[in-house]
Design a protein around this ligand. Sequence first.
Ligand SMILES: C[S@@+](CC[C@H](N)C(=O)[O-])C[C@H]1O[C@@H](n2cnc3c(N)ncnc32)[C@H](O)[C@@H]1O
Length: 270
Amino acid sequence: MSKIAKLSGLVKYRRHILGMVNQKNYEKSQEAVLEKYGMDKLPSVKPADVFALYPPSSDTFKITTDFSYGISPENDYYFLCRFANALKAKRYFEIGTWLGLSARNVSDNLDDSSEIYSLDIPFDHPDIAIFKIPQHIFGYYARDKKNVHFLKSDSMKFDPTKYRKSCELVFIDGNHSQEYVENDTRIALDLTKDNNSVIAWHDYYLLGELNKNVLCGILNALPKENHKHIYHLQQSNMAIYSPQFYFKPAEEKKWDIPDRAFTINMKYEI
Ligand SMILES: C[S@@+](CC[C@H](N)C(=O)[O-])C[C@H]1O[C@@H](n2cnc3c(N)ncnc32)[C@H](O)[C@@H]1O
């Protein structure tokens, strides 16, 4: 083996070990966060219990999706639209545009006088280069919607002053690291209009697993006395919060059939 090959093998090995050590330290620090708040997961709530809080205005929503990489599943879009509708949202704010599907779905299910704001990183942001994300996909499905406004900033540098205390619903679905979820949650708290407003976080569940980055980010950002108002919305991947949420936690059984299922009428528009 040449000297160069040996050296590069050693560097890779060192990186691998350092990676494992960092990962272990990271896991330890997350365990410390959960221990501090005496929580290992959020209590969960049945959608029927949540939506019983709101007068039934609609339970049927038109959802557009193309099932491609990085988008949210239809059940999450459905619940997002249901919140927007129940809250009669005049201002919806989301962090994380991607193809514009969450913005498009919320826009399609609110009247045209509502304003939809969707924040994503600018095209010269280093993460665009890392992930080689093509520009043309950002906001694609919401481009023709007049009430969707695209905002460009790293959420860590975003100045929320113009939107402060004005949004009935905030959806957090940007960078999913703990640090960013914490930052984005603080922004969301600043944006919410009043005690009826709702914050929803995507990927609290990710591929069927609890996502501790999201959980720890939320717990660190929300004042401890408000932790009792955060839930995992069953049959979704989302965590939800509103100061008016105070539900009896739903029982969680691994192989249980939920009380209700979704009806989906699908159309493939060619
Ligand atoms: C999962 S996608 C959003 C999906 C979209 N909400 C939907 O359901 O249709 C995550 C998005 O967050 C954006 N993002 C990543 N880091 C960000 C940051 N620091 N600030 C703002 N947006 C960010 C990514 O560029 C990506 O478009």
